[in-house]
Design a protein around this ligand. Structure first.
Ligand SMILES: *[C@@H]1O[C@H](CO)[C@@H](O)[C@H](O)[C@H]1NC(C)=O
Ligand SMILES: *[C@@H]1O[C@H](CO)[C@@H](O)[C@H](O)[C@H]1NC(C)=O
Ligand SMILES: *[C@@H]1O[C@H](CO)[C@@H](O)[C@H](O)[C@H]1NC(C)=O
Ligand SMILES: *[C@@H]1O[C@H](CO)[C@@H](O)[C@H](O)[C@H]1NC(C)=O
Ligand SMILES: *[C@@H]1O[C@H](CO)[C@@H](O)[C@H](O)[C@H]1NC(C)=O
Length: 703
């Protein structure tokens, strides 16, 4: 777990100017009259902040820059003494603790504490309740959605917005005001164990998802208060060296601006410097713009600022930071409303990678469900879920419910990572007897308190040096496919796997990434054909681990141009490209055109294309638009995603799709300045990023 998570706060910063530059406010320690401006809901927010700041003493200010966390142990019991000690200099945020507490038990405990501490605080400053919510609120009894990467694979922003609405409303019901999402880092190194928490490898796509998430979360309620505040994170993190959690990042300034920092670019301008001790860390982070410390360990860096009220620069920075925290607390309505807590199935996120025609299945009499992941909910690291106590939601449960328990033979065959205790022969016999095998394999990423935590090779704290399946899983798959029995491979894990050898002997491959509580049933709806799969990859699947990293938006100079063979023994460096995913029907794109041939820099380019469903069932297709600037003063990607639209087209019919692209979005960063060049741009439309899937170039001239 991260020891010190220094969080940069994202919300519109008002023009409130710190009332005073002195360390203590002018009215520090004086009794607060009932008529104080900050207590008046009708006064302007800036006046309320200024008034409150002028009444605060130095310690009270420093205390706003940190928070208390880890308060509830697994039975929702609060260690009051621990809270009292931590609370002295930590009055900014509060966060719950164990993820395995049930909402109905934990929420009242926290809610009482929040109400009581607001009353107890000399100035009545409330805590803001902050929590992780990758799959849902980190309290049991709330909805478990698939994690961020799985949602990315849906390529469906309206659906994602609906998910964010449900998530937001559950957060509000749990009294949680501030969420530690979205994670917009660019998933460019498949060895990184935390890719499951990111949307994918494309900076532009990530910003589209993040924008949808933030605007949904931060929507105003009927009183004009922000519903849930968000955090854009982890600030340039996706390609840490070797895929190691929190390792250094490398990159020239143009690479950083154009790729890594693109999702953050309009938000932050400074980076957190490296430091030697906690106090030094506190002073430097504050100067670099960090305004709240979310510490898991105590003592914290910012509490040490309590002794620095005469240190040059610190006072001004603390006043500014406190102003922002107070502003957020006012915006969330924490001063003005009661703090008592009021106490989908994401089938579109599953990607069909291969199908020889075995799917959808018909007339199944018996099925062998094999592999160590068939009876596991593989949530990702940040979920309120445990595999020991929460049953009836796995793939195995859903298959039993579909075909009847007596027709399903479940044999694990091999263990998740260990190489002992394998029983591949029994699994082979079960496959032969049933005549149909569903093999569930992958890497485990579950919460810190899950019963399967010891088997994790994916998720926070893990790095996959190889993208091969862990343990003896590959051997199991080889043995099953060697029988000739029709085999459906179901993968889970927040990562790409090597899928060239025995995987290609399976008749079909589905990847679910991380599971939500409906994933097992959603998978069965896909294998039976009740649902037509429509997920697309937001990650490139490298052909082999040895050639990592591989991503679609490489620079022209990274390889020797389209079609060149740079890796001597490989025809292609990827096995499945970014944007790829199959359906039970087929689509054709035709008649792609642009509305004009020449555009001004303020114009929008409208691309029109006809999508025809040429198969026998209704289906959804993701129309993807990529572009390339023909000539530029620096090496830019060979193609960049710049638009997409997911459309439902009924069997045998067609739809005309229009995608609008602002010319301003075609630019790039050069030495820290954003530029849109006049000149020629090529646009391509298709159903994935692969050259073979894209139409010949449409040309737009920016004049
Ligand atoms: C709750 O958990 C704490 C810490 O594990 C333990 O000390 C306490 O006795 C437990 N309380 C109850 C009521 O089980
Ligand atoms: C922080 O909050 C707690 C609980 O409300 C309070 O006892 C403590 O005095 C506060 N600390 C400061 C420095 O105001
Ligand atoms: C800041 O205060 C801490 C005590 O909280 C003290 O140890 C440290 O030396 C001070 N730093 C400076 C630069 O004065
Ligand atoms: C398990 O889920 C199925 C629906 O998929 C339901 O019919 C069944 O009653 C559930 N069983 C238990 C023990 O909850
Ligand atoms: C599966 O399909 C059934 C029947 O169409 C539907 O009621 C159910 O909601 C679906 N479940 C999921 C998780 O897709």
């Amino acid at each position: 777990m991260e020891l010190y998570l220094l969080i940069l706060v994202l919300f519109a910063i008002g023009s409130a100017q710190a009332a005073s530059n002195s360390a203590d406010g002018a009215l520090c320690g004086k009794a607060v009259p009932k008529s104080a401006t900050y207590l008046k809901p009708k006064a302007s927010r800036d006046k309320r902040i200024q008034d409150l700041l002028s009444r605060m003493c130095w310690d009270e200010k420093v205390a706003q820059l940190g928070g208390v966390g880890g308060l509830l142990s697994q039975n929702s019991s609060l260690n009051v003494q621990d809270y009292r000690e931590k609370a002295q200099l930590h009055n900014g945020t509060i966060s719950p603790g164990s993820y395995l507490n049930y909402a109905e038990e934990a929420v009242p405990v926290l809610s009482d504490l929040i109400v009581a501490s607001k009353k107890e605080h000399r100035l009545g400053i409330p805590y803001v309740h902050i929590a992780d919510a990758v799959n849902g609120p980190t309290l049991r009894g709330t909805t478990l959605f698939p994690s961020t990467l799985s949602m990315g694979m849906s390529w469906n922003l309206p659906l994602y917005t609906k998910v964010a609405e449900v998530l937001r409303d559950e957060l509000v019901a749990c009294g949680i005001n501030w969420v530690l999402s979205p994670e917009v880092d660019v998933a460019r190194d498949p060895r990184n164990g935390r890719i499951g928490e990111m949307y994918g490898e494309d900076p532009w796509l990530n910003s589209e998802y993040a924008a949808a998430y933030i605007s949904t979360m931060q929507e105003e309620d009927s009183d004009g208060f922000m519903k849930v505040a968000t955090t854009i994170k982890h600030y340039l993190y996706g390609t840490s060296i070797g895929g190691v959690n929190q390792a250094s990042m490398l990159g020239g300034v143009n690479h950083i601006y154009n790729i890594l920092a693109l999702p953050y670019i309009n938000v932050f301008k400074k980076v957190t410097p490296a430091t030697t001790n906690l106090n030094d860390a506190g002073i430097k982070s504050l100067a670099a713009g960090v305004q709240l410390e979310l510490a898991i360990g105590f003592p914290t860096a910012f509490e040490s600022l309590a002794g620095n009220q005469t240190v040059a620069g610190v006072v001004q920075n603390v006043n500014e930071a406190v102003t922002r925290i107070l502003e957020l607390k006012f915006k969330l309505g924490l001063f003005d409303k009661s703090l008592e807590a009021d106490a989908k199935a994401l089938k579109e996120s599953i990607v069909l990678l291969k199908n020889d025609g075995v799917l959808p299945l018909d007339s199944v009499k018996k099925v062998a469900v094999l592999g160590p992941l068939a009876d596991v909910i593989n949530t990702g690291t940040y979920a309120a879920w445990t595999n020991k106590e929460n049953g009836n939601n796995t793939l195995l449960d859903a298959i039993k419910a579909e075909y009847g328990e007596e027709n399903v033979n479940h044999i694990q065959g091999v263990r998740i990572v260990d190489t002992d205790g394998a029983d591949i022969d029994t699994a082979v016999a079960a496959a032969e007897e049933a005549g149909l095998a569903i093999v569930a394999l992958g890497s485990v990423a579950v919460g810190w308190e899950d019963s399967l935590v010891g088997y994790r090779t994916d998720g926070e704290g893990n790095t996959h040096a190889s993208l091969k399946l862990p343990g003896l899983q590959e051997q199991l798959l080889e043995a099953i496919t060697a029988t000739g029995v029709p085999t459906i491979l179901v993968l889970t894990g927040g990562q790409a796997f090597e899928l060239h050898d025995s995987a290609q002997d399976a008749q079909a491959i589905l990847h679910v990434f991380h599971s939500g509580e409906e994933t097992g049933r959603a998978l069965v709806n896909i294998t039976t054909g009740r649902v037509n799969p429509s997920g697309k990859l937001t990650l490139t699947f490298p052909a082999r681990s040895e050639i990592n990293p591989v991503y679609y938006n490489r620079e022209q100079s990274d390889w020797q141009g389209a079609g060149a063979i740079q890796f001597p023994y490989l025809e292609k460096n990827y096995i499945y490209p970014f944007g790829y995913g199959l359906s039970y029907t087929t689509f054709e794109f035709s008649g792609a055109s642009l509305d004009k041939s020449s555009y001004g820099t303020k114009d929008k380019v409208t691309l029109t294309v006809k999508v025809s469903n040429t198969g026998k069932v209704d289906g959804q297709e993701v129309v993807q638009v990529y572009f390339r600037q023909k000539v530029a003063p620096l090496s830019l990607p060979v193609k960049r995603l710049i638009g997409f639209s997911k459309v439902l087209v009924s069997a045998g019919s067609s739809k005309t799709v229009k995608i609008s692209i602002p010319v301003q979005d075609l630019g790039y960063w050069l030495d820290g300045k954003y530029k849109v060049d006049k000149g020629t741009y090529q646009l391509f439309v298709g159903d994935s990023s692969a050259d073979s899937s894209l139409s010949s170039a449409l040309t737009a001239v920016v004049a």
